[in-house]
Design a protein around this ligand. Structure first.
Ligand code: FAD
Length: 307
């Protein structure tokens, strides 16, 4: 039994099913209504700890996503991009080992106001397409999605031998785990005016993520905020910040405003508790980036008691 049908729960379910387990997913929300559906989503280890485990999980996930990108129906495409830095760095990025090829940006790659940057290739995941693909994969392997909101994990434990809890921000009340805290993120989805590479400034955060037919412009990172309504003034500021990175986006047509709550935690939780529940949540701003790495570790913890 898996609780949660965001990118984390669906990835765990796929790996369990591939091992021959019978899997039911209980989820309060349809996959397209999760935080995962809001994600930009570029592979980038943002706001997730601890760094040593995050590097290993993100390296593994990058490899799997790059492989999946060979099939266009997954919605994944490997693109070039630049992480932008206001000040010249002393060292290379802490996540460089997960990528392989990270090179300093040439001055011509840098918008005004930036001193440096890292150029790298990474998977960009069009989440509505990818979540639909993952859901179809779960179903093709014999898994089943059930819409059910839980107040606690007892009904899941009573119904199945093993429970893997992938409730994202919901883990705060469900487990309960007060260490999980929302970091609110707002984005603006616009038509793609011809942008090909992603641009990220973690300090904003400000980012432009081009996808097949549109671009995701971001963003915000508001600690402890829960409000899911997009703020029009924030949206305007996001567009202005992104236009400063690439003037092409200034004229793009706005398609949609979205908000999601990143499930932040001092450390991503991938462990089995004393009741035998395997937990896999707290992925912060990197749930897509860590998804396959953490899913595979969680499935190892399930061991042989298929639930
Ligand atoms: C604006 C924004 C941009 C982002 N960009 C990126 C990016 O570029 N790259 C990246 O890697 N990450 C990005 N993220 C982070 C990423 O979206 C999250 O880390 C990821 O979605 C977490 O996935 P999850 O499956 O753990 O949680 P969710 O997607 O939130 O899924 C949780 C699931 O648990 C279910 N659930 C919760 N509570 C209960 C309950 N009580 N009973 C039953 N079911 C329950 C929910 O219904 C849902 O199905 C971004 C996030 C935001 C908000």
């Amino acid at each position: 039994m898996v609780v949660g049908a965001g990118v984390v729960g669906l990835s765990v379910a796929v790996r369990l099913l591939e091992r021959g387990a019978r899997v039911e997913i209980w989820t309060a929300d349809a996959p397209q209504a999760t935080t995962s559906a809001v994600a930009a989503a570029v592979w980038f280890p943002y706001r997730a700890e601890p760094r040593d485990r995050v590097v290993a999980w993100s390296a593994r996930t990058r490899a799997v996503l790059a492989e999946l990108a060979a099939d266009p129906s997954t919605g994944i495409r490997v693109r070039d991009g630049v992480e932008l830095l206001r000040a010249a760095p002393v060292d290379g990025p802490w996540w460089a080992h997960a990528v392989g090829g990270v090179v300093p940006a040439a001055a011509a790659d840098l918008p005004d106001g930036y001193a440096a940057g890292w150029v790298f290739r990474a998977p960009v995941v069009e989440m509505p397409v990818y979540l639909a693909w993952l859901t179809a994969r779960v179903e093709a392997l014999g898994g089943r999605l059930v819409r059910r909101r839980l107040d606690d994990l007892e009904p899941a434990r009573a119904a199945a031998g093993t429970v893997v809890c992938c409730a994202g921000i919901g883990a705060r009340d469900l487990v309960p785990d007060a260490a999980v805290r929302p970091v609110r993120g707002q984005i603006v989805r616009v038509t793609n005016p011809g942008v090909r590479r992603f641009l990220l400034d973690e300090a904003g955060p400000t980012y432009i993520v081009p996808r097949r037919d549109d671009c995701v412009l971001g963003g915000t990172a508001e600690e402890g905020a829960h409000d899911l309504d997009p703020d029009p003034a924030v949206a305007e500021a996001i567009i202005a910040r992104c236009a400063a990175l690439d003037p092409m986006v200034a004229g793009a047509r706005v398609l949609e405003h979205r908000v999601g709550l990143r499930p932040a935690r001092p450390a991503v939780r991938v462990e089995r508790d004393t009741d035998g529940v395997v937990h896999c949540y707290g992925h912060g701003g990197a749930g897509v980036t860590l998804s396959w790495g953490t899913a595979e570790d969680a499935v190892r913890l399930v061991a042989c008691d298929h639930g």
